[in-house]
Ligand binder design. Structure first.
Ligand code: FAD
Length: 154
């Protein structure tokens, strides 16, 4: 049986002012992440939503620790708050070294269930809820990618 890898999910606040050019900021974070994470064999997903980032990272223990230490010092966000950290039996975000998720209409039922439509504050998530949200968004992202390749309807 393969050794279990760690998965870490955290939330952090956007640094003041980044909402002025959020798409460009996310684009440049994702570009650097893909390059670095490919080298470190890290997979994951990044959500930017209503003033917050939520990021899932999975990979080798040492690589995750080194990456998180660098990421948490990045001035583009503040107040990193770990929502869940622990062994994962398999990679849930294996498709991407990093990808940007969007919490569109498909995330609303889940956010409503958690009481987070009006007041999105991911620090209130427990680890399981944060993981479920990211898993749901990963499914949406996979469907979007399949549709973009013309494999299925969106
Ligand atoms: P560069 O991207 O060239 O960055 C060099 C330095 O400049 C770094 O200290 C960086 O923090 C800083 N910097 C870069 N652009 C800006 C800017 N526009 N404003 C202010 N400072 C800036 N990196 C990963 O490798 N993997 C990840 O999964 C990952 N996830 C991230 C998630 C979030 C929410 C954020 C904010 C950053 C994330 N990063 C990630 C980026 C990470 O913090 C480092 O910027 C990056 O790893 C350094 O990449 P690089 O060596 O190519 O340098």
């Amino acid at each position: 049986m393969p050794a279990e890898l760690p998965r870490l999910i955290y939330a952090s606040r956007w640094a003041p002012g980044i909402e002025r050019d959020l798409p460009q900021t996310v684009k440049s974070i994702i570009a650097a992440s893909i390059q670095n994470n490919r080298r470190s064999d890290i997979s994951g997903m990044l959500l930017a939503h209503e003033g917050w980032f939520i990021q899932a990272l999975e990979g080798g223990r040492g690589n995750i620790a080194a990456s998180v230490e660098r990421i948490f010092r990045d001035p583009r966000h503040t107040e990193p708050h770990v929502l869940s950290a622990g062994p994962a039996p398999s990679r849930a975000f294996r498709d991407w070294n990093m990808t940007a998720a969007a919490a569109g209409p498909e995330a609303r039922p889940f956010l409503a269930e958690l009481g987070m439509i009006e007041d999105f504050d991911p620090r209130q998530f427990d680890g399981a809820s944060a993981f479920r949200l990211m898993l749901a968004l990963a499914e949406v992202e996979r469907a979007r990618e399949r549709a973009a390749l013309g494999l299925t309807a969106a």
